[in-house]
Each structure stands twice: as C-alpha cells, then as structure tokens.
Design a protein around this ligand. Sequence first.
Ligand SMILES: Nc1ncnc2c1ncn2[C@@H]1O[C@H](COP(=O)(O)OP(=O)(O)OP(=O)(O)O)[C@@H](O)[C@H]1O
Ligand SMILES: [Mg+2]
Length: 568
Amino acid sequence: MNMNLITQIYKFLRLSILDIPYDRLLKFILDMLTTDQNSSVKRRGGIYIFQNNRLKLSTHNGLGKEILHKCSEVELGHCLCGKAAQICRVQILEHRERNHLHLYVPIIFKSRVYGLINLYLPNGYRYSTKEEQFLKLASVWIGEILKRKLDEEKLKEAHIETRLILDSVGSIIIGLNRENRVRIWNRGAEKVLGISQSEIIGRKIDECDILWDLEKIRAGISECRIKRTPIRLDELDFKRPDGSRGFLGITVNPISSNKMNVIIYGADITERKNLELQLAHTQKLESIGQLAAGIAHELNTPTQYIGDNIRFLNDAFRDLTSLIEYIMKFLNRGETETAPLPIDEIEKRMEQLDMRFLLKEIPKAIEQSLEGIDRISQIIHSIKEFSHPGSKERASVDINRCIQNAITISKNEWKYVAELTTDLKPDLPPINGYPQELNHVFLNIIINAAHAIKERLKRNKEEIKGRIHIKTDASEGFVEIRISDNGIGIPKSIQKRIFDPFFTTKEVGKGSGQGLAITHRIVVKKHNGSIFFETEEGKGTTFIIRLPINNLSSGEGEYEKGQDIICG
Ligand SMILES: Nc1ncnc2c1ncn2[C@@H]1O[C@H](COP(=O)(O)OP(=O)(O)OP(=O)(O)O)[C@@H](O)[C@H]1O
Ligand SMILES: [Mg+2]
C-alpha cells in the first residue's frame, strides 16, 4: 500500500478527536483507507460492525447494488467476510469467481472483534510486511476510536435523557461543586427563581443575586457539607419572579461525585403554606365559634351585674340628689333669713334613705362595675388577639400572656368541670415566635383537658370538679409549659395517633381531630420546639411543650409523631 506511516498515524489521531457522529466517523475511516493517493487499493470497500451476533454493513464505498443486497448482513463463519471475521487477523482472501482479492482488517477492541473492514484489491496483490504491520495497528486503533465514539454517544444520549428528566421535574434541582459553582440548574429552578440556565451555570451560587434568604442557604449548604446529611430548610423566604413574596421548601443533599458535592432540591411552597395558614385560621375561628356561646355567657355575667350596679347607683344618686337639694335650699338662703338648719328633718330624711347603707354600697358598686368592665375588656382583648389572622413576622412573645388569653377565652368550657390553677413564672423570658399561633396551641390543649375531665366525670358519675394546672418555667434556652389534667388519660392504643390530622375519639360535632395536628405543626415546625405527653389511663395527662427562646430559624426540626411519649 506504500503508505506513509506518520501521515496515517496523524490522520488516526485526528480522527480520534473529531467531533462528528459515529456514522460519519465510520465513513471517514473507510475513505482514509480507500482514497490514499499512493495506495493501490481500489476505491471500493465497506465496514461491517457486529450487531446481535451478525456483521452488518454500516458504510461502504463504491459497492454495487447486487453486493449491497446480498452482503448487507453476514453471519459469522459464512461467506468470505464471515469467515475472515472468525479468523480475526489481517489477511487477503481471493474471490475466485469475481477475479479480485479482499483485504480484511478486523476491528479489534480489547482483544474482541468489534467489526471488519473489507477492501477490494486487484488480483495478484501482495502487501509488504510494513503494510501488514500498519494494518494490524490500524485494526486496534480503529477499534479504540469507534468504541470510544460509541461510548461518547451513549454518554451524550444519557446526558440528554438526564437533562430531559431534570427538566421535566417541576421541582427545583440545583447541583453545586465544591466551590459553590452551579453545575446543574434545571427548568424548575429557572421557572421558580426566574434565572435562566445560561445566566447561572458556572457561577458561584452566592454571587448570583438570587432573591432568597442567602444566609440560610449558605448555612444549610455548609451544615450539609460538614455533617454529610440532608438539611431541610423549610419556609425559606424568597422573591418570586413576579415580585411577590414566597416560600421555598428546600433540602440540601450531600452527594459524592467528582464534579458536584451538593444537590439542592425543593419547590415553591407558597400556595401550600397559604392553605395551611388558612386551615389553621379556619380551625382557630371554628374553635372560637364553638366557644362563642360560652364567651357570650362570660360577657353576660359582668354585663348583668354592671347593669344592676348602675341601676342601683342611679336610684342612689336620685335619692342623694333630693337630700342635697333640700340641704342646698337652706345653704343658699339670703342673709336676712336666720332660722337654723332643720337638722332633725335632715337626719330623718337621711334615715329614710338608709344613708349608711348607701355610703357602704356605692363604692362597692362602683368598684364591682369597674372590675366587670375590666373583665369584659379582657375577654374582648383576648378574642381580638385570637381572631386576628396572625402576622407572618416573628415577634417577641409573652407566653404567660398567651396562656392567660387562652384561659379567658375557654373559661366557659372548663369552669363547670374543673378548677384551673396556674403557676406562671413571673419573669419568664419572651420567646421569638408567632403569638397568635401560640394562643391557639394553649387553647387547644386546655379545651382537650376540659373535655377529658368532663368525660371522666361522666363515666364515673362524679360530681367533684377535676383539676387543670398550668405551669411555665424557663431553662437552658427554652421555655417549658406543662398543662396537666386529671381527666380520662390517653389509652395506649391511640397514643401514637393523637397528633395525626383528623384523628378524634369525640363524637361528631364535638371534635374534628385537627387540634393536636395543628398544635404539633405550630410547635415543631414553626417554632423548632417539641411537644410530648405523659399520661396514665384513668388518671390524667400532662402535655409538655418546649419552645426555644432564641429560635431564629423557621426550619423544620422534623419531629417523629408519637416520639418521646412517656407513659406513667
Ligand atoms: N388531655 C387529653 N386527655 C385525653 N385524651 C386526649 C387529650 N388530649 C387529646 N386527647 C385525645 O386526642 C384526640 C385528638 O385530639 P385533637 O385535639 O387533635 O382533636 P379533638 O379534640 O378530638 O378535636 P378538635 O379538632 O376539636 O380539637 C382526642 O380526640 C382525644 O382522644
Ligand atoms: Mg382538641
């Protein structure tokens, strides 16, 4: 073939880096072997590739229709090509009928035949040792090049498929390398965060002006890297592309890859959060609705005695006015009238009015009315604090005040069945949280306690009131609230379910089973606190709530429901 080895090597090297599809690469290889100016090889030939144990003609140069028809697929061991592939070495075979020779070069990859190059030669052709050596090397090079190309194409395909999958997921998927540079940014991320892939790939995530709570993201990523565990960041503030404020629910996951070591996935949970808020608010209004008759009754009592007192004061004022007017008549007479004051008459009138009684009772009536007004305004204040939808912002919360509010609002629920006592630590530190939601927590638990006591009195036909005791205390960075009752207790069989949404043992219309589910969410998810209970069937229950004082994150310290249950 008289080929210049160096030129050929160079050509093969070029082939190995050419960015062209596999089919075109095959054609290139065949062209290289059939169009060499100095070659005596006729410009005819083909490349067969093994597919399902058969040789398939994958590209050719100058082969006639008849051959294409007959030889497009060849079985191993059949015809000249099949036999040549089986023998697996560079060789020349003679085609007697057609009066030409075939030069067969097997394509070898890792010692296995991958395919076969079939070149047509004129009769009588003999190749040199040099040429044979070159063809032997070429058969391995071509094998390597083709296999690599095929792998590359498979990889590309897999890459495209992965991309399609990543993009078809509605959620956000972001991949970061060790330097926090973005390597994956899917459609979900584009849509939710309003930044296109082309703008962000390769840039550092904390330098990309994404309008989200960067501090929390940074902290989450570094915690994930240090602990090598998924870190959940819920209710992460962000600005949606339309400018409105939203919340993301995100998990930062560690992965082991050369190029990436963190994957962030999550979604825009604003709608879900709004629904949750609405549900909580509805349940809150529902409980206030259920308490409405009791609250009305609570308002009615002071209103009634204030009314009675004012009527009494009105009568007393009228009587006193008549006496004072009588006395004034004498005090205002002219200098010429010197008759003395009719003391006896005045005394008589004072006796008739029961002056002593009036002087004793009027201040009492005033004091009692003022107390009544205080009571009414306290109830109204508590209702206002309860029915308020609640701010999305955290505030400094006085837990004792929340408890007082809940006690006031629920008074009519417990006062007939229990004595309620409190031991509220006077200088309890305020916690960082959501006051309206915490009001709701204590209300739910106090009402449950009252119901549990009521049920016990009913079952045991007892008449002596039960007991609800509320204690607050602070220790090591958190506030602890214990609400105890001596009601029916919680049977073992349902202890694991009481925090489940819609789980109730109460009859229809009395309980919807949402109270503790919402309570759990508020304490654990919104305040990073914990809630558990100690209970003994027939004896009573204590709910223990712990709320961190300086909880700055709104993260979800996911709490296994039913965990920490201590049964007496
Ligand atoms: N202090 C308690 N003593 C005994 N059982 C209780 C107590 N607190 C809760 N439970 C049990 O847990 C169940 C769930 O309570 P939860 O407050 O979630 O719902 P509910 O009170 O039934 O209805 P609602 O939605 O009106 O609060 C109750 O039905 C009751 O069986
Ligand atoms: Mg309840």
